[in-house]
Each structure stands twice: as structure tokens, then as C-alpha cells.
Design a protein around this ligand. Sequence first.
Ligand code: 48F
Length: 278
Amino acid sequence: FTRHGPRASSLLARKESGMNATEERITGAIVRSYFEKLQQHLAIDVAIVGAGPSGLVAARDLARAGLRVALFESKLAPGGGIWGGGMLFNEIVVQADALPILDDFGIRHRPADAPGLHTADAVEVASGLIFGALQAGATLFNAIRVEDIVFHEDRIAGVVIQWTPIARLQMHVDPLVVMARAVVDGTGHPSEIVAMATRKAGVRIDTPTGDILGERPMWVDQGEASTVEQTRRLYPGLYACGMAANNVGGGFRMGPIFGGMLKSGRKLARLIVEDLRD
Ligand code: 48F
């Protein structure tokens, strides 16, 4: 007790021990707001694995349609293969028919010295897509790797998540789970989530063989078209977009041209909105 009574004494004790100092309040604010965010996304409409261009466009459209959407990105920085443009020349190419998607995000572009092709600054595209997805209401969890899927009665029902550093250090720590009505493989070339479904759950996906057909060598026009064509539901609760869809469907690769990725994201969102409405 001090001469000011018990309350003043406990305030003094807190002050002396550094409790309730700005440092404590900063940490408390981060912990409370992060856990609120996490708690609101333990059971969601759509879990998108991978925050590359196709996943980010899909996330924005799905969030705009009023669905609860979370992106899980294993790297610290979302954006996937956009940042480095072609061979670290940080410009990307987009076809004229995909420009409305860039316009929708407020991302600038200019005509290239080639008919029907336009260029955009890769850093502006990456940051613009991330910003646009979040502003529309999607939530992004970075540095979190999806290491498995939830499989319930012939349906993909969620994702199994773990901090990337824990996975990298191979620490023996059990993961947590996020349940989702739709799980999207946006992991790019390896189509990791569909691979888990075929390998671990043994499901036959919607391809001619029932399995992943695998990416073919570069043929830009074919690859761009097939990326959009192959964007679809592969199994109840399981979808793929972007290079993951192209890999699953046996399409050709296409390099640093991004119209197909953007259009794939938009198509995917439309399909999922229709499916989840039923
Ligand atoms: O590959 P990526 O950019 O996805 P995309 O939308 O776009 C492909 C283009 O960037 C480019 C192209 C073709 O030449 O135009 O390649 O298909 O991004 C995939 C993201 O998924 C993350 C990865 O870090 C990357 O940011 N990712 C991969 N596996 C996991 C993951 C995982 N298991 N959990 C969480 N994130």
C-alpha cells in the first residue's frame, strides 16, 4: 500500500515493472487482432492455397461476391511468380483481352511494340493485386504453408496449415486445420494440393486419366488458352487455377505472359460462386 491506497499502489507496481507500457500495448494489439482474424477464418467458404496472380484475382472476385475467403501463402511476400517478370527483368506482358482485369485493380499498363500485347511493371502488378484482393475483403495469411488437405466422405473439406519456418526446420509440431466449402489449388507449377488429393486421398480427379497429366514444354498461345480452359472443379470441394490448373490438365507452359493467369482467377471465382450458391 502507498499513501494513495491500494489502486495507486498496484498502478505504481505495474508502472515499475513495465506492465501496460507502450511495448506491452503494441504486443497486445497485434496478438488480439491477429487472433481475431484467425478465429474468423477457422471455417470459411473458400481457402485459396497460393497467392500468385490467379489466386489473388479469384480472391478479390470471391470476396466481392460476399464469400468468406482466405489465402494461405507459404512465402513471406505474396505475389508468386510476378515480382521477377522475365528472368528478373521486372516487366510482365499481358494480352489486350485481360486488360480489364488490371484496370479493375487500378494497375497501369502500356502498349508493347507488338500487336495485342501490353507491358506492366511487375512490382506494381504484384502489389496492386495483393492490395486489391485485401481491399475487397479477402484475408491473407502469409508464411503459412498448406501441408495437407482434409478429406471427409468423398469431399475435400479443408486445409491443414503450418508455419513455413516450422516446416522448413522440420520441427516435430502438429499443424492446425481450416475447414472450407471450397479448396483452391493456386500453388503454381507443382499443383501441390491436387497432388495431395490424388496421392494421399487416392481420388480420381476430372481429367481423362483421373490423375495429374503434367505440364508440357513451352508453347505460349496453347498454354495461355489451356490455363483458362483447365480452370475448373476437379473433385467435390477441390478446384485449381493458374499454372496449377494447367499442370493438372497437361497444358503447355507460357513464361512471363500473365493474361491467362488473370482470366483463370476470374473464371474460377465465377465457378465457385455458382457452385456454392446451390
Ligand atoms: O506460381 P504462382 O505465381 O501462381 P499462378 O497464379 O501464376 C503463375 C505465374 O506466376 C507464372 C506464369 C507461368 O509462367 O505466368 O509462373 O499459377 O504462385 C503460386 C504461389 O503458391 C505458393 C507459392 O509460394 C507461390 O507464391 N505456394 C506453393 N505451395 C504452397 C504455397 C503451399 N503448399 N502452401 C501455401 N502456399
